[in-house]
Design a protein around this ligand. Sequence first.
Ligand code: ADP
Ligand code: MG
Length: 386
Amino acid sequence: MKKVGILGGGQLGCMLAEALFKWGAQVSFYDPNPTSPARLRTPHFMCGAWDDEILLTRFFQDNDVVTYEFENVSTTLLSTLVQKTEVPLYPSQEVLYLTQNRLREKTFLKTNGLPVCDFESCLSYGEWIEKSQVWSYPYILKTTEGGYDGKGQWLIADAAAVQRFSHEVQGKPFVPLIREEIVSIVKEASVIVARSKWGEAVCFPAFENVHSHHILDTTVVPAQIPMSVQEELKRLALEAAALLNVVGLLTVEFFIAQTQQGEPRIFVNEFAPRPHNSGHITRACCVQSQFDALARILLDLPLLEPTLEPGAFCMGNLLGDVWKSGSSTLNLSLLSQFPNVVDVVLYGKDKPQNKRKMGHFIIRAETTEHALQNAQQFRSALRESQ
Ligand code: ADP
Ligand code: MG
């Protein structure tokens, strides 16, 4: 059976490994963190830095195909490794190169006529000083690379915020930025496409996402978004995956705003060429999960249409703030009071920190409203029982 290497030993990698094991695949991980969830669960783990070419070469040579759950690896190095070892990386280093950088990503969207918010680059301190005098606020500044869960973002709402930001970056090496207009978001959604090396693609249903402090809080399915809009989101996601020639998963995050006439207006926000936090809901709401879909692609198996299961579903994230005591176990005896909890995954991270994703759960109910309501109740009960 095939040997699959996963760059990154976090929760996404662990759940992908579960899906791969079902088919008898061998899985090994590469991660610099000796206490990453995968390290504590499997001996097939190589601990090394992201720029250790010798170790990474060995890792590639030990596998038939390599994928990643962590996106901040040098694509120059990855290209060298793919060329040297002839072991494919899925999705390719070209896809990763584009999605690693917000400017490249948004320029790609614009060039291909996909809907994107107004944006502009700001690559040096001099440029910042110049442009900040003409840009009308409010707007959002984001680092072009490396941001996640709202990190590396600044809301520039007024002249004082411009001053504060200038002060913050003055005299330091300037990190390239992108300015984005603020979209009056009515809803946020994501769509995951699974695409094989033969160019076949299937698309998961649209998920509706709610963020709290820029971090995903809940995901619901079926999304409370008009069917025609959901179909358009899926069409756009499939088009993007085909344009990028993705082999693997492509998650597309969307903002849905409103025109002055009250019509929905769609924007693509960003891509993730990997399983996505919102996609954890597929573990219960679809006949196959996002991880199953990726496993099939990595193992050259036929794709399966990810049809919806009956009912409504809500996935809730469990962040570190759920734990008061510092231990990351949960009082799961509560489950007897919540018989509609159909999935709980604790990621096995060592330290519960406030905004750190420690686990998730999924509720199944008759309606989306009930699923959401039950999710809030279950999370509150967990928090109070700690
Ligand atoms: P991250 O990589 O941290 O997920 P995102 O660009 O997705 O970065 O931003 C995180 C969240 O911040 C979004 O899901 C959305 O709620 C909010 N946000 C980001 N960009 C904008 C924008 N241009 N207008 C309005 N809200 C935004
Ligand atoms: Mg995002």
